[in-house]
Design a binder for this molecule. Structure first.
Ligand SMILES: Nc1ncnc2c1ncn2[C@@H]1O[C@H](COP(=O)(O)OP(=O)(O)OP(=O)(O)O)[C@@H](O)[C@H]1O
Ligand SMILES: [Mg+2]
Length: 380
């Protein structure tokens, strides 16, 4: 009986692809920053990754955690910023958890960072670590950020290790809070802590973080679509490895349809795999069905995530904007405000938030949704 081979594509946000293609230069930069901190005893500049939705920023952060663990036995403190929520409390908790993990390990030895720890560290340092702390100790007063960082770095150095901090969705951070974080890190660069910081966010962070010297002087990497060779590899390799290769024609057509957009590559691969169920190869005849399914899912997924990301007030704003754009090509901010029965000033903060999230953008007077077709989707 034929055994079922699971679909080898990963069409989901935050899902590591089976073949991580075409990100050599950013991965080299990650490896180098870790080497500088771990081997040369200097604190490197932060790495700043930017790119639109679905280009693979989060995947790189996860890969960085895996490199830190496997190459250097380092732990990672991952932070994902949420809309309208401060991140410092969670950062302090996770720094303390990482410190405790280092302290619990036998001194003088490198700690063994296992696959399980990597996974835990990527998901948010071990649920189990936090539970243990809560059960055994009375809550400690939270340390100020620089003391917390000093403690974890000291504990790490006992094991010849250091710490990677990743911050995802940076565009959602409140400027003063991020400014404090950046200032603290900047101030301690001369201390040569074994600390690497990698942040990721939408392209808008270039403007919103202007003036934050720590990030401005960081090493910026713009993630865009993959080139043709990498696109083909990302499509071809998972199928090959799973034992149902793609014909050259199928690869060509799928690569073209994807435009090199990583999320689309995974969706196309996924649907082509499905469409070819029962065949020994993914052929050109399976491509049209894959493209169809991808297009509708791509649309729904992208719109859906933006909608989920929006607060009730923001949804009202989006709905009004979508309604107006059904009948007119140009919609201005004041027209949206009037449709909501209020003055532009009263909703400018909602508009600004949606701009920061990358859901809408402005062009002179005009307000527009960032993804084509989203207006129709909202109206439906
Ligand atoms: N280099 C790559 N090669 C192949 N597939 C990739 C690559 N990078 C990312 N992907 C795939 O693209 C999709 C999106 O990746 P990811 O969630 O990291 O994007 P993102 O930039 O963080 O998006 P968002 O801004 O919405 O958080 C996933 O399905 C992932 O498997
Ligand atoms: Mg992401």
């Amino acid at each position: 009986m034929a055994t079922r081979v699971p679909n080898p594509y990963r069409p989901g946000f935050n899902q590591a692809p089976a073949a991580l293609a075409g990100r050599d230069s950013v991965l080299e930069a990650v490896a180098e920053a870790l080497d500088v901190a771990a081997l040369d005893g200097r604190t490197p500049r932060p790495l700043v990754l930017t790119g639109g939705r679905g280009v693979g920023k989060t995947v790189i952060l996860g890969e960085a955690a895996a490199i830190a663990a496997t190459e250097h036995s380092w732990l990672t403190v991952p932070i994902e910023i949420r809309p309208e929520r401060p991140f410092t409390t969670q950062l302090l908790e996770r720094l303390a958890a990482a410190r405790d993990l280092y302290r619990q390990a036998p001194p003088g030895k490198q700690i063994e960072v296992t696959a399980a720890t990597i996974k835990a560290s990527v998901l948010g340092i071990g649920g189990e670590v936090e539970v243990r702390r809560r059960a055994t100790s009375t809550p400690e007063p939270a340390l100020p950020l620089d003391a917390a960082l000093a403690e974890v770095c000291e504990a790490a150095l006992e094991h010849d290790a250091g710490l990677l901090i990743t911050i995802d969705e940076l565009q959602l951070a409140a400027k003063p809070e991020l400014g404090d974080f950046a200032a603290t890190l900047q101030q301690h660069v001369p201390d040569a802590w074994p600390l690497v910081v990698i942040v990721a966010g939408l392209p808008s962070i270039r403007d919103t973080q202007r003036g934050v010297t720590y990030f401005e002087r960081g090493e910026w990497h713009v993630l865009g679509p993959l080139d043709t060779t990498s696109t083909r590899l990302a499509l071809e390799k998972p199928a090959d490895d799973a034992g149902r290769p793609m014909t050259a024609d199928a690869v060509d057509q799928l690569a073209t349809a994807s435009g090199g957009y990583p999320y689309a590559i995974q969706l196309l691969g996924h649907h082509a795999w499905r469409a070819s169920k029962g065949s020994d190869a993914i052929a050109a005849s399976h491509v049209p069905a894959a493209i169809d399914a991808t297009q509708s899912e791509l649309a729904a997924g992208l719109y859906e995530s933006r909608w989920q990301d929006a607060s009730p007030k923001e949804r009202e704003y989006l709905a009004a904007l979508a309604e107006l754009s059904a009948t007119q090509d140009h919609v201005t901010g004041s027209e949206v405000a009037h449709a909501l029965g209020t003055q532009p000033k009263a909703v400018s903060y909602v508009r600004d938030r949606l701009i920061r999230k990358g859901t809408i953008y402005t062009e002179a007077e005009r307000v527009r949704l960032a993804v084509p077709g989203m207006a129709q989707w909202i109206r439906r």
